[in-house]
Design a protein around this ligand. Sequence first.
Ligand code: ADP
Length: 446
Amino acid sequence: MFDKVLIANRGEIALRVQRACKELGIATVAVHSTADADAMHVRLADESVCIGPPAASESYLNIPRLLAACEITGADAVHPGYGFLSENARFAEILEEHQITFIGPTSEHIRIMGDKITAKETAKSLGIPVVPGSAGEVTSETQALKIAKEMGFPVLVKATAGGGGRGMKVAHSALELGLALATARSEAKAAFGNDAVYIEKYLPKPRHIEIQVFGDGKGNAIYLGERDCSLQRRHQKILEEAPSPALNAAARKKIGETVSTAMQTLKYRGAGTVEFLFEDGEFYFIEMNTRLQVEHPVTEAITGIDLVLEQIRIASGAPLTYKQDQVTFSGHAIECRINAENARTFRPSPGQITYWHPPGGLGVRVDSGVYQGYRIPPYYDSLIGKLIVHGKTRNECMMRLRRALSEFVIDGIETTIPLFQDLVSQPDFVNGMYDIHWLEKYLQKP
Ligand code: ADP
């Protein structure tokens, strides 16, 4: 096992990783920008290193500075959390070159899955059903039009380097295709420095259902059920639940086994999430995330398995703690992403938290990196915490969620809590009847 883990992240996820390290008796190193000197992840770590000014490119994304922090502190492993460098194959490679363990998959697997075209081809070759679309990159409007006509409109133009819903444009007709191509390309170029795009059939009313997997890197892999992340705004998840209201045990087992078999073939190591769109009883692969997800706690709630602990154990060379038949699903869990944003316009709302009262009680978990008096800096993602609620049934979970949301008080800034307080009384949500477009339509209502 490791002696000291450096956590190359901030906020709630840095704390989440620290908690797992502490339980395992591993010393922790926090890194932070000058804007985060007062952050909770710095206060609670055993050691901390300031790695630069506020801009992420100068701090949390700066590989030489992170490497220097590892060398100064003698950390023998790095946990990247999610976002920042968590899916940067070069970072994983450089760490390994310095005999520091990257707590995650091999750089080769990160690279394969980081390019969406290669990821889709790989998934297909492993027997995973994929969204119909172009065979690889689309380089001209003529080629795009030919493919779109064969598949039928609407189609979706997607960036191969895509992430965070950027570089994605729908075209409903041949007339819209040229503009969709150009916009997706320029967005992708600006966001990822890579303007390669491909085309997919645009599914009209799918759910987003993803499968959590774990592999030991030696050909053993298990699945930990699914998460339904269909409540989205601008292709970004807002609320997640497990199990999905749309799946039964047989469908879960079938897709779970397909995915875990594929991960066994791939000899995948560590935690991963295989994302699908689900429509009319069929699954369609869209991408794989080779890291821990924001929404991992709903899986922890229904399986009782600590996903971060498991990541660390696997990275240290231990075998999987659980065999597939030892994984059981119990009850229902929902996670709400608490963002420092206006609940209607989603305009960021950084500033000082003047009052902070998180909810408690049976089945309630709050993962957060903030505290009363904390000043949220304007430089980073607006996620300030997550409320995760667990109950024996979906109904009990919903009752608990309503109660927890009514207890949660955050003053001084705007948050997304009022949105969730509205949602828990919406019949479609309460009945689990929603697809990936439902929230956008709901938000457009006066
Ligand atoms: P990103 O990596 O940018 O998050 P994804 O490929 O994971 O992109 O897609 C994000 C979201 O975009 C999905 O959850 C879904 O809501 C929507 N989406 C992606 N592909 C399609 C598609 N072919 N048809 C309809 N919606 C899609």
